[in-house]
Design a protein around this ligand. Structure first.
Ligand code: OSB
Ligand code: MG
Length: 368
C-alpha cells in the first residue's frame, strides 16, 4: 500500500451529560480523526483516543496532531510501500505516544482490510458476533443523582456497572449502588487517585464483591499495586500502567494486576492489543476492552476487539447514546445489553461526511 493523501481533522462533539473522573470533568469530546487514502484510492479511517488535555495520559489532541504532522507521517511517507504491520516498527524510534501511533496504524489497517475485503473482527480473530456491554459512570454531584443515573443504565440493559471513584467518593456511593442492585456485576475505577497508604481504606470495598478495582495508584507505581494486591481481596486491574505487551508481562510477573483493561490506543494499536490478549489468554488472566469516549469509528474497532475469546468480562463498550446524541457514524445501538460486532469490511463503520464537516474545527490535508 502507498499513501497518497492524509486528512487530519479535529471535531467537537458535546457529551449527553458531563463525565467527571478523578482527573477532571469532560463536557464535550474533542477528537482527532484521520482519513488515509492510498494511491489506488482506497480509504481508511481512524480516531485518536488522546483527550484535549494531558490528564489521563501524557498525550493530548494538539500534541498528537503536531507529532503526527512533524515526525510520524513524514516517516511513513518516506518508507513508500507500507502495510499496517510495518507502522509500529517504522515509528518505534519516536518515543512514547502510543495513541498517535495507533491512529496511523488503525487507518492503514482499515484501508488494508478494504483491499483484502475482510472485516477487522475476522482479521483480529473474533469468535463472537455480539458482545455484552458495560458502562462507566462518572462521579456524581451526590448519591441520589448517582442512583438515578445508574437506574437509567440498568433500565437500558447494561450488564456491568463501573463507578468512577476518588478519595471522598468511594465507600458510600459503592455501598449505595450495591444495596440497590445486589447482583449486578460492579467494579470501580480510580484513575490513579489513591496512594500506597490507602490499602486499609480500599480494603473496605471488599465487602461489596466487586469484580475489580481499576488503576488505584500512579501509573508508574507497579510495586505499589503489587503491595496493594496483598492487602485487598478485590482483584486489581491495571489500565494506565499497561502501555505495551512488555509492560503487561512485567505487571503480571510482579503480581501487580490479575485482570487487564486493554485499550488499543493506550498500547499503540490493535496489533499490540491482540498480543496482550494472547498473553493473558495463555496465562488465564481475564481481559476486557476499555473505552475513551470513542465515536463510532473507534467504537467499531473496539467492539471487534472485544469479540476475541479472552475478553471474558464486559467492557466499556457502551452504546453510542451513552455519550452522544448523534454519533459521526451509524450509531451502535444496544439490544438486550449486547452490541453487534461489525462484519462488513475494515473497521465496519464510516463517518457521515456532512455531519462530520459540520462539527469540524480544524482540517488539514497532506498530499504526497
Ligand atoms: O479510565 O477507563 C478510563 C474515559 C476517558 C479516559 C479514561 C477512562 C474513561 C472511562 C470511560 O472510564 C470509558 C468509556 O466508556 O469510553
Ligand atoms: Mg480506567
Amino acid at each position: 500500500m502507498k499513501i497518497a493523501e492524509l486528512e487530519l481533522r479535529t471535531i467537537n462533539l458535546p457529551l449527553v451529560r458531563p463525565f467527571r473522573t478523578s482527573f477532571g470533568t469532560q463536557t464535550a469530546r474533542e477528537v482527532l480523526i484521520l482519513k488515509v487514502t492510498t494511491s489506488d484510492g482506497i480509504v481508511g479511517w481512524s480516531e485518536c483516543v488522546a483527550m484535549s488535555e494531558p490528564l489521563y495520559s501524557p498525550e493530548y489532541v494538539a500534541g498528537s496532531l503536531d507529532l503526527m504532522r512533524r515526525f510520524l507521517i513524514p516517516t511513513l511517507l518516506q518508507a513508500g510501500d507500507i502495510s499496517a504491520e510495518s507502522v509500529a516498527p517504522l515509528l518505534a524510534p519516536f518515543l512514547g505516544s502510543p495513541m498517535a501511533k495507533a491512529t496511523l496504524e488503525t487507518a492503514l489497517l482499515d484501508a488494508q482490510l478494504h483491499i483484502e475485503k475482510r472485516s477487522l473482527a475476522d482479521f483480529l480473530g473474533a469468535n463472537k458476533t455480539k458482545i455484552p456491554c458495560g458502562v462507566s459512570v462518572g462521579i456524581a454531584p451526590n448519591i441520589p443523582q448517582l442512583i438515578e443515573e445508574v437506574s437509567g443504565y440498568i433500565a437500558d440493559g447494561y450488564k456491568r456497572i463501573k463507578l468512577k471513584i476518588e478519595p471522598g467518593w468511594d465507600i458510600d456511593p459503592v455501598a449505595e449502588v450495591r444495596k440497590n442492585w445486589p447482583d449486578i456485576p460492579l467494579q470501580v475505577d480510580a484513575n490513579q487517585a489513591y496512594s500506597r497508604s490507602d490499602g486499609e481504606l480500599l480494603s473496605k470495598l471488599d465487602q461489596f464483591e466487586l469484580l475489580l478495582i481499576e488503576q488505584p495508584l500512579d501509573e508508574h507505581d507497579i510495586l505499589g499495586h503489587a503491595l496493594l494486591a496483598k492487602q485487598v481481596q478485590t482483584p486489581i486491574c491495571l489500565d494506565e500502567s499497561i502501555t505495551s505487551l512488555r509492560s503487561a508481562e512485567d505487571a503480571l510477573a510482579l503480581k501487580a494486576t490479575t485482570v487487564i483493561n486493554i485499550k488499543p490506543g493506550r498500547v499503540g494499536g490493535y496489533l499490540e492489543a491482540v498480543k496482550i490478549h494472547d498473553l493473558c489468554l495463555n496465562e488465564g488472566i481475564p481481559v476486557w476492552c476499555g473505552g475513551m469516549l470513542e465515536t463510532g469509528i473507534g467504537r467499531a474497532a473496539n467492539v471487534a476487539l472485544a469479540a476475541l475469546p479472552g475478553f471474558t468480562l464486559p467492557g466499556d463498550t457502551s452504546a453510542s447514546s451513552r455519550f452522544y446524541h448523534q454519533d459521526i457514524t451509524d450509531p451502535f445501538v444496544m439490544e438486550d445489553g449486547y452490541l453487534v460486532v461489525p462484519q462488513t469490511v475494515g473497521i465496519g463503520r464510516v463517518p457521515h461526511l456532512e455531519f462530520l464537516d459540520s462539527i469540524t474545527s480544524h482540517k488539514e490535508t497532506i498530499r504526497v
